[in-house]
Structures are given as structure tokens and as C-alpha cells.
Design a protein around this ligand. Structure first.
Ligand code: SF4
Ligand code: SF4
Ligand code: SF4
Length: 294
């Protein structure tokens, strides 16, 4: 079967142990203000436009069969059906389709190209997103194919998926890199667009079933970067029973992608965080007997 994939990144070293291939799947139920992959959020293929490359020929406007592109290259993403006609018509490669329907077997072939590196480094493949579990049937098929080749498979998950799907799919992964963004449901809602009740239920369930789970906390200025936020998250993880966690300091890698999508970026100009900025934050976790790394 086919999945909608917007990137396959080889030689990833931050998405689980060893050298990995990270497969990014489209579709996410959250809308985090700091999202560095805004092209992941929609489950549909989206067209981006790079004004720096555009020569203003207007070919795409007449090429679009649905009239989705207007003067100034404004793309109506709601009406666009992702047919790709405009991308192929553009002589300057200023348009790009984010998302491509790929067969699981074809993704497997790409992943197999680096199998020797997985073996040597203790790595494997990571399914990311978006929320990879939104494409649950595709995930299941791809995991089965990878496991048939003895390749370890991790998920970078938001945990924001119905409990029935989560309970069926989560145990199929060898490792769950589970985002824990906030302990407080209202703050979680304010920053991501959804409350965290269901996410925490999934997190508790995964821990209780003995799954291999590493909680990861994206530390975001103005959202969860205060020491009292660290205390709340550390208390939550300790209460569940976790002994390990990882901090993901905020970065600005996604800013340009918002431009290409014609969207505003809520954290424009916000300074990136570095491990040295989070010494006291990390200490809160260490004090709670949680081995906390970056
Ligand atoms: S969960 Fe991840 S992919 Fe989804 S909106 Fe938040 S940062 Fe973006
Ligand atoms: S992908 Fe197709 S529908 Fe969407 S803007 Fe391009 S030509 Fe129009
Ligand atoms: S076809 Fe490409 S270069 Fe021409 S106006 Fe459209 S985006 Fe710009």
C-alpha cells in the first residue's frame, strides 16, 4: 500500500540510536506554534513556492487545472488537489510538492541501501512526521517489511492518536521516542491546539506494558522553558516511573519553510536554545532521579 511521505533522510543521528534512515510521514493532529516541519501537518500533498527562484513567467497560473494559483503566486492550499501539474510546468523549479505517495516496498528499498550502516552502528529506521501513526496501515506494513530484514524500527511519536490505534501499533516498534510537551492540559492546548489527556493516557499505557519508551521534551521559550515547567514535567515522568528522558532545545530550523508555505511563523526571531542554556532545567530532572540527556 501507499503512504504519503514528505522526506526520507539518510544518516540521521538524532532520531534514535546509531545511524538511521528517518522516514517522514504526512499528517499531524497537533498544530504546535514552534513546529519545524509545518509541511508535515496536512495529510495531503502541499505545494510550496520559493520566491527567490521564481522568474515570474506565470506558467503555473495557466497550468493549474483548478485555478488554485493567482497573481503573485498565491496558492489556495484548501482547493489544491496536489496533482503536481504546476510543479512540472515551472521552468525555474520554484514550486515543489511536499508529499509523495510511495509504496511501502519502495520505501523499504531506500532503507535497505544503508543496512550495513545500521548493522555497524546499532541503528535502524525511524518513522517520524507529523504523527506517523496517523497512517497506521502503512506503518504496519512498512514495519513488517523492515523487521523481515532484521532492521530495528523506532517511532518519533506525539502520542496524539486514538488509544485503539496506539495500542495496536505502538508494540510493533522497537523504540518509541515519545514527545512530552507539557504536563498541564491547558498549557498544552494553548501551545499545540490539543489537550494532553489522551497523549498522557497513551504514555502511561506504553510504560505499563513495558514498551521501550524514551520521553523527549522539546524545550520551547514561552511555552515550557521555565524551571517550574521542568518541575511539572519531571514530576509527571517520575510519577509514571520513567528513569530516562531527553531534552530537545528549541531551534529555528523551520522558519524558512513557513515562508515557502506562505504562512506566518509564531516564533519568528525567537532565540534558539542550547544545552548550556538548560543546565538548571536539566538539573530538575536529575534531582528527580531521571537520567536526562540532550
Ligand atoms: S507534533 Fe510535531 S509535527 Fe505535529 S505540529 Fe507539533 S511539532 Fe509539528
Ligand atoms: S498541485 Fe495541481 S491543483 Fe495544486 S496548485 Fe498545482 S496544479 Fe493546481
Ligand atoms: S511557473 Fe514557476 S517561475 Fe513561473 S511564475 Fe510560476 S512559480 Fe514562478
Amino acid at each position: 500500500m501507499k503512504g504519503n511521505i514528505f522526506n526520507i533522510q539518510k544518516f540521521s543521528i538524532h532520531d534514535g540510536p546509531g545511524i538511521r534512515t528517518t522516514v517522514f510521514l504526512k499528517g499531524c493532529p497537533l498544530r504546535c506554534k514552534w513546529c519545524s516541519n509545518p509541511e508535515s501537518q496536512s495529510s495531503d500533498t502541499q505545494i510550496t513556492w520559493d520566491p527567490r527562484k521564481c522568474i515570474g513567467c506565470g506558467t503555473c497560473i495557466s497550468a493549474c487545472p483548478n485555478g488554485c494559483i493567482s497573481e503573485g503566486i498565491r496558492i489556495d492550499h484548501d482547493r489544491c488537489v496536489g496533482c503536481g501539474t504546476c510543479v512540472h510546468s515551472c521552468p525555474a523549479k520554484a514550486l515543489k510538492a511536499e508529499g509523495e505517495l510511495l509504496e511501502a516496498e519502495d520505501v523499504l528499498k531506500t532503507c535497505l541501501q544503508d543496512q550495513v550502516f545500521y548493522l555497524e552502528s546499532g541503528g535502524g529506521v525511524t518513522l517520524s512526521g507529523g504523527e506517523c501513526m496517523c497512517q497506521s496501515d502503512f506503518c504496519t506494513q512498512l514495519i513488517d517489511l523492515l523487521h523481515a530484514h532484521d532492521i530495528s524500527v523506532a517511532a518519533e511519536t506525539t502520542g496524539c492518536i486514538g488509544s485503539a490505534v496506539f495500542r495496536q501499533l505502538a508494540p510493533c516498534f522497537d523504540l518509541l521516542l515519545f514527545d512530552v510537551k507539557h504536563y498541564d492540559p491547558e498549557m498544552h492546548l494553548a501551545g499545540t491546539g490539543v489537550r494532553n489527556d489522551g497523549i498522557l493516557e497513551n504514555l502511561r499505557w506504553a510504560f505499563s506494558r513495558g514498551l521501550n519508551v524514551l520521553p523527549r521534551i522539546p524545550v520551547i521559550p514561552g511555552f515550557n522553558s521555565r524551571i517550574e515547567d521542568a518541575r511539572g514535567i519531571a514530576a509527571l515522568l517520575k510519577d509514571i516511573g520513567f528513569k530516562k528522558a531527553q531534552l530537545l532545545p528549541f531551534h529555528q530550523f523551520g522558519e524558512r519553510k513557513y515562508e515557502l508555505l506562505g504562512r506566518e511563523y509564531a516564533l519568528k526571531g525567537e532565540k534558539a536554545l542550547h544545552p548550556e542554556d538548560l543546565t538548571a532545567y536539566r538539573q530538575v530532572f536529575l534531582d528527580a532521579s531521571i537520567d536526562c540527556t540532550f
